[in-house]
Every structure is written in C-alpha cells, then in structure tokens.
Design a protein around this ligand. Structure first.
Ligand code: PGA
Length: 250
C-alpha cells in the first residue's frame, strides 16, 4: 500500500512573517490529516524556519532544488549536505520552472536526482509535457524521455528511493487542472514504464500529480489508482487550502 504524499512547493514566495504564519497554521491543523504524509519545500533561506517550527510535528520539509556538486566554487548553489544540515527529507529536482528558465536538461536533472539519493535525501523528480507537446500528441514520449534519463544514469532501482511528480506544464499555476482521467492515463503510463524494468519498484513508487491541485479537486484526483498524492504550488501558500488537500487523501 502506497501512503499518499502531499508536498507543498512554495516556489519563490513568502517572507519571515508570512512563513511563520503558514508554518504554524499547518502545524496546528495536522489533526485534520490522518492518512497522507505531509511535506513542505521552502525557499532555501527559509528552511531553518521550517526546521524550527516543524520539528516533531509530523510534517517533513525539503528544498526546491539541489546541486549536483558536493561543495566548493559553485556560487548560489545549495548542496545535499546543506539541506541535510537543516533536517531536510526531500529535494525537488527537475521542476519545469528549472527546466524552462534555467535550461536544466534531462541528463542534468538525472544527476541532481542521483546526488540527492546518494546523500540519503528523497528526490521528488518532476516530469511533464508542455501544452504544445500535448497538442502534438507526444505527452508519453516526453515523460518517458524525462524518466528514462534517471533510469539510464542510475538504474531503475533508484526510483525506489524517490518520488515522481507528474506535472503537466500547462496546468501549473494556470488554474487548468488535468482532469482526473487525463492525469490517471499519464500516471498509469509512467508506472507501466517503470514496471517494464521492475514490477516491484513500479508498485512501490509514489507518483504525485501537480498542476492547480486544490481542496475541491484533490479528492477526485487522489482517488485514481495511480495518483498517490500531490505536489502543490499556489494552494500550498495558505494553510487552510493546503490542509484541505492533505485531508482529501484521508
Ligand atoms: P500549482 O504548482 O499548484 O501552483 O499549479 C504546482 C507546481 O508547480 O509544483
């Protein structure tokens, strides 16, 4: 049985004040959540606040990106050891915003996945097609290519230590959610692709949906057989909305 995971991705949002409110709101509402594992991925500079507030709360925390390198002359980067120094469990890798605005290739993302995993962090590998790619009918080809980069570098067993997030780029921050059936189709395809290498890994790996997930559409999405939770952007910035999604997995 895969335990659902609901992970917030705050992106580049928040201030000390707003994040304090958000963290305490999530913490105090955790009594509403009885099934999902819950995590928040904070901007790096606010991770110490998450650590201080969420210690022993049952909510995990993580980074939104991580370096492929261990340490040294890599200005602006955050290493796996630094994330772990502040108690992070998770690290998002390959978010479409990193792929698009920072030119991260499938191979580079696979290296980030490998670095996170080698360090003992749980990588959340984001994959997903653009609107143009969906309209061209190449959704499966795109997500397969993004997934295969990790399998080629690391072997399929590496997916047993991570989480996959299917995030159709056209659904991110647009209010356009994939329908539960559209999402399920791709999730099933992804799981099948993993199963072609290793059935046990495919059965165990959690595949989250991301893209305008909200309290009012979360239950239907998460009820689909291959959707194991969500990676939540906009709706993770308000404790009540975020908790509403976590509750949808109850
Ligand atoms: P959204 O973002 O929920 O705001 O669409 C999801 C994501 O980018 O992870």
């Amino acid at each position: 049985m895969r335990q659902p995971l609901v992970a917030g991705n705050w992106k580049m949002n928040g201030s000390q004040e707003s994040i304090k409110t958000l963290l305490s709101g999530i913490k105090s509402g955790m009594g509403r959540v009885n099934n999902a594992e819950v995590a928040v991925c904070a901007p790096a500079i606010y991770i110490p606040m998450a650590q201080a507030e969420l210690q022993d709360s049952g909510v995990a925390w993580g980074g939104q990106d991580v370096s492929t390198e261990a340490s040294g002359a890599f200005t602006g980067e955050i290493s796996t050891a630094m994330l772990q120094d502040f108690g992070c469990k998770y690290a998002i890798v390959g978010h479409s915003e990193r792929r698009t605005y920072h030119g991260e290739s499938d191979q580079y993302v696979a290296k980030k996945y490998a670095a996170a995993r080698a360090a003992g962090l749980v990588p959340i590998l984001c994959i997903g097609e653009t609107l143009e790619e969906r309209e061209q009918g190449i959704t499966e080809e795109v997500v397969a290519r993004q997934l295969d980069a990790v399998i080629e570098l690391e072997g399929v067993a590496a997916l047993a230590n991570g989480v996959i997030a299917y995030e159709p780029v056209w659904a991110i921050g647009t209010g356009k959610t994939a329908t539960p059936d559209q999402a399920q189709d791709v999730h099933q395809f992804i799981r099948g692709r993993v199963a072609a290498h290793d059935q046990a890994v495919a059965d165990g790996v959690r595949i989250l949906y991301g893209g305008s997930m909200k309290p009012d559409n979360a239950a239907e999405l998460i009820s689909k057989p291959d959707i194991d939770g969500g990676l939540i952007g906009g709706a993770s910035l308000k404790a009540d909305d975020f908790l509403g999604i976590c509750e949808a997995a109850n």
